[in-house]
Write a protein that binds this ligand. Structure first.
Ligand SMILES: C[S@@+](CC[C@H](N)C(=O)[O-])C[C@H]1O[C@@H](n2cnc3c(N)ncnc32)[C@H](O)[C@@H]1O
Length: 213
């Protein structure tokens, strides 16, 4: 694993802010529900698993999950997951190991230089006929509108790579306006400091593909 392959993430340095993010960003649980319904039984790979928040919720008697995360400060060993250190560009597993693989807001940001290398690695480690799901911001919502730079993914980019897309409506729902300001000012500066609400419309997109070699 090369250090230069890891995209820096704030969660290990500011765990209190990441705790707010993970608790509030899909308060309805609609992204988890989508993944739960669309991932098959058997072994799944979570790419860029963060602290294991999503993997922990998708684990059941029929679905085992390997949580792969390159940043050791993100890994939460208390979570009942199989942890692995690795990057999307170089997945440390044999060909056809997994029935499925997914990434939630991790590494697969369109336009980043190594995305196609990462997709080739995912296609290698997932069985033919297995499921691949990439989750990112859809845009056109109150949350993304706070950002002065584009933070939504590009459906055309993923369509060109053979992915279907599904828009998932959820909300960023904070416990107070103060909590909303704390996280949103960290993300968006002055625009976040000025917010007056606790709930923000948030549209997420899931890109799905059946793996073919
Ligand atoms: C925005 S966080 C999302 C974490 C988690 N998927 C979630 O939904 O809570 C992005 C994660 O991707 C990880 N990451 C950074 N570079 C990566 C790479 N090259 N391959 C896979 N994951 C990477 C970061 O360390 C971070 O934990």
């Amino acid at each position: 694993m090369k250090a230069s392959d890891i995209i820096p993430f704030y969660g290990g340095t500011y765990p209190d802010l990441f705790e707010i993010e993970r608790r509030c960003m899909d308060r309805k649980g609609n992204v988890i529900d989508f993944l739960d319904q669309n991932l098959p039984n058997g072994l799944a790979l979570d790419i860029g698993a963060g602290n294991g928040h999503t993997a922990e919720r998708l684990l059941n008697d029929n679905r085992q999950i390997v949580a792969m995360e390159p940043d050791e400060t993100m890994i939460d060993p208390e979570k009942p997951l199989i942890w692995s250190r690795g990057t999307a560009q170089s997945i440390p597993f044999h060909t056809n190991t997994f029935k499925s693989a997914y990434a939630t807001w991790a590494f697969f940001f369109d336009g980043m230089p190594d995305v196609d290398q990462g997709l080739a690695e995912v296609a290698r480690v997932v069985e033919p006929g297995g499921q691949i799901i990439i989750v990112d911001n859809y845009g056109y919502d109150e949350f993304c509108a706070l950002s002065s730079r584009p933070i939504a993914s590009d459906v055309n980019y993923w369509s060109a790579r053979g992915f279907n897309h599904t828009v998932i409506d959820t909300v960023f729902a904070f416990d107070s306006v103060e909590e909303a300001r704390k996280l949103l000012s960290f993300y968006f500066g002055a625009a976040g400091e000025k917010v007056e609400q606790m709930i923000f419309e948030y549209k997420v997109v899931a890109y799905t593909k059946t793996n073919q070699k």
